[in-house]
Design a protein around this ligand. Structure first.
Ligand SMILES: Nc1ncnc2c1ncn2[C@@H]1O[C@H](COP(=O)(O)OP(=O)(O)OP(=O)(O)O)[C@@H](O)[C@H]1O
Length: 231
């Protein structure tokens, strides 16, 4: 199980230019494995920027990020891509499902670069869809799904490569309260399966949820306060 640790991480956009902006300023924190952690903070506080560095989608300007014993912050792009594909599953705010493709086609997309056997891939995709009560929509085009169905399709897609760590960026932003609670229930199930879950949110349904083990609060690119919830 891999603990994620950040040591004095910064991210500066447009470095050396007049519009230089330090979005993350010396963040040190630890994200425990097999827990649900929420990064909380107002719009522009740096949540997505931090998440993208943790998920190997971008690199820090300075500081170190470790995944278990491995330092990932200085790795070349091709190694980062490899770690990203094998370690992380992503759920985005708008779900980023591809219109014109069916639910099952969307779900299996992240598995293509890893080139698994097609039959076992389809089996795995149907198992995931069944787990999230969506198998009856496997062949429907994603643009016709309801908000909750689209969200569950996005969760299945994030899980198709069986990642250890699930990253969700403002996953409840487009959902009503009932669906947001349902989402937290699904995250609780994933923790029971041994996954590490990292969510950014300024939605109290998320950060006040009993499902969340730990809240890290960001303000202007710095950690404001850490708060432990009873697990
Ligand atoms: N590529 C970029 N170039 C310049 N500035 C950027 C870039 N990406 C983000 N920023 C700035 O960095 C700051 C942090 O952005 P970020 O998206 O991480 O915030 P956030 O906390 O996730 O906000 P929200 O809750 O609105 O999604 C913002 O002021 C944003 O304008």
């Amino acid at each position: 199980m891999n603990r994620i640790s950040l040591d004095n991480v910064t991210k500066v956009f447009n470095q050396g230019r007049p519009n230089e902006y330090a979005a993350i300023r010396g963040v040190s924190l630890t994200i425990e494995p097999n827990k649900v952690t929420c990064l909380k903070g107002p719009s522009g506080s740096g949540k997505s920027t931090l998440l993208s560095m943790i998920g190997c989608l971008s690199r820090p300007s300075s500081g170190r990020i470790h995944l278990g014993d491995q330092m990932i912050s200085g790795l070349p792009e091709r190694f980062l891509t490899d770690i990203r594909r094998h370690t992380f599953g992503f759920i985005f705010q708008q779900f980023n499902l591809i219109a014109g493709l069916s639910v099952i086609e969307n779900v299996i997309l992240p598995a293509y670069p890893l080139a698994p056997d097609h039959q076992s891939l389809m089996m795995r995709a149907h198992e995931l869809l069944a787990r999230f009560e969506l198998d009856h929509k496997a062949d429907s085009q994603v643009q016709w799904l309801s908000g909750g169905e689209a969200q569950r399709a996005a969760i299945c897609r994030a899980l198709i490569n069986n990642p250890q760590i699930l990253i969700a960026d403002e996953p409840t932003a487009n959902l009503d309260t009932k669906l947001s609670h349902a989402f937290m229930g699904q995250m609780s199930q994933l923790r029971k399966l041994g996954k590490t879950v990292l969510i950014t949110s300024h939605d109290p349904v998320v950060f006040d949820s009993p499902v969340v083990d730990s809240v890290v609060e960001l303000l202007d690119g710095s950690v404001f306060l850490g708060e432990e919830h009873a697990a």
